[in-house]
Design a protein. Structure first.
Length: 322
């Protein structure tokens, strides 16, 4: 059975761990900014809002993996205009598709492009793809990547696929591997960093993620790929999906990522810019593998020309660090 197309303007959102535990009405108040409570309760009561395909009560606590259907709403006289995708960006996204089947779309997300709108951004990957694919009955992010991180980003094309992917993430059945360039010579060999992380710690007015005892469990496994005197290329795999996890764990063990303006070393970033031409965060999700609907799927995204050029300018690996 094929899914019937959703009415124009209908959105499907996957609830992530960041929003798990919130009441349905409070989540909708934040998602539909400017909507009065009376409107929120009406669209929930009438069933226009659907939770996992059924009705939900306003005080229902959301869980990770829930799929929320949000109808189009009109706030006063304002009506959201259709998103016009810049032609150059449209071609870039079409060329970035790495894998696609009836359930799954995997994209090589460009660095500098957020996965969704918010915090002053009018659009992200998901809004752009929905605008480029208006006939697609369902399209939703299966996970997140930081705005400055490039590489494999998975999107679900059916609600069933989304729930299965979310279940696989929770069960540890999805493997994501990243390439990261870090400061200094990495002489630890393969190493796991097992340190709890807490979000939204204020430092100098900026919200940060920090290693703190009362944070959420977080584990990152680092493996050296090529070692150079000023910098080392590592492969990182994560057993948990915390915000900025790789960046914070790498900085915690004394090897901040190249180009990281939030957790990195300004002098090292300047060196990488002047010597190697690095103008962005060197963090790339280079592979993604999972099982979905009885199929084993493995997708890889090679480093782009900019990051390859950075490695070329570092010179030959130096296995002894001399």
């Amino acid at each position: 059975m094929t899914a019937s197309p959703a009415p124009p303007g209908v959105r499907y959102l996957a609830i992530t761990a960041d929003h798990a535990g919130q009441r349905l009405d409070n989540f909708l108040l934040r998602e539909l900014k400017g909507a009065p409570k009376s409107l929120i309760y009406r669209i929930v009561r009438t069933g226009e809002v659907r939770l996992n395909g059924g009705r939900g009560q306003p005080d229902r606590r959301l869980q990770t993996g829930d799929v929320l259907r949000i109808p189009p709403v009109r706030l006063g006289e304002r009506e959201e205009r259709p998103l016009r995708v810049p032609p150059g960006l449209a071609e870039r996204l079409r060329a970035a598709v790495l894998y696609e089947d009836r359930d799954l779309l995997v994209l090589d997300k460009p660095a500098g492009l957020a996965v969704h709108k918010g915090s002053g951004l009018d659009y992200g990957v998901i809004e752009l793809l929905r605008a480029l694919r208006p006939a697609e009955p369902f399209l939703e992010l299966a996970h997140r990547l930081d705005r400055d991180t490039s590489g494999c980003l998975a999107l679900a094309k059916t609600p069933t696929a989304l729930r299965r992917i979310q279940d696989a993430f929770r069960a540890g059945g999805v493997e994501k591997r990243y390439l990261a360039l870090v400061r200094g010579y990495w002489n630890h060999g393969p190493r796991e960093v097992n340190q709890p992380l807490r979000r939204n710690v204020l430092r100098g007015g900026e919200r940060m993620v920090e290693v703190l005892d009362d944070g959420k469990p977080a584990r990152t496994h680092f493996r050296p790929v090529s070692l150079h005197k000023p910098a080392s290329l590592l492969e990182a795999s994560i057993a948990t999906g915390r915000t900025h996890q790789i960046r914070v764990h790498a900085a915690h063990v004394g090897h901040p990522l190249a180009g990281d303006e939030k957790y990195g070393d300004p002098d090292f970033n300047r060196l990488m810019a002047e010597r190697c031409g690095l103008r962005r965060l060197f963090l790339h999700a280079h592979s993604l593998s999972l099982s979905l609907g009885g199929r084993d799927i493995a997708v890889s995204a090679p480093l782009d020309a900019e990051l390859k050029a950075v490695l070329d300018r570092l010179g030959a690996p130096n296995p002894r660090g001399t």
